[in-house]
Design a protein around this ligand. Structure first.
Ligand SMILES: [Zn+2]
Length: 118
């Protein structure tokens, strides 16, 4: 497993993950569609927020089970707590400069099919 460091655009939020990045996830729910984010799902304990706890804002919608975190200064989505998996965390691969997400296999999540996901 490798260590990767990620950050929002203004660097207020910085995090580190342990992962083998072989594929990524894209979701078609109304929120992800707008963010157009390429994500990675990892166990929660593989994610460490290094900096920026106070710079993070949280967005909740629909059932409010999922927690979507973004930097309140630059607006960049960094990670989220998924609605269906409390033990996992979703990370924005675009925040990690060492990863070229365009070279990864994409798993498509049918988020729009979840209740209220549209
Ligand atoms: Zn920022």
């Amino acid at each position: 497993m490798s260590k990767y460091q990620g950050s929002c655009h203004c660097n207020a939020v910085q995090f580190e993950i342990d992962a083998d990045i072989e594929s990524c996830v894209q979701c078609d729910c109304s929120l992800c569609k707008r963010k157009n984010a390429v994500m990675l799902r990892i166990p929660k304990d593989k994610f460490r927020l290094l900096k920026g706890e106070d710079a993070l804002s949280r967005y909740e919608w629909n059932t409010r089970a999922a927690k979507h975190y973004f930097c309140k200064h630059c607006g960049i989505y960094t990670h989220h707590q998924p609605r269906t998996r409390a033990d996992m965390i979703g990370v924005n691969l675009g925040c990690i400069d060492d990863v070229d997400a365009s070279k990864l296999a994409v798993e498509r999540l049918p988020g729009s099919q979840l209740s209220g996901g549209r």
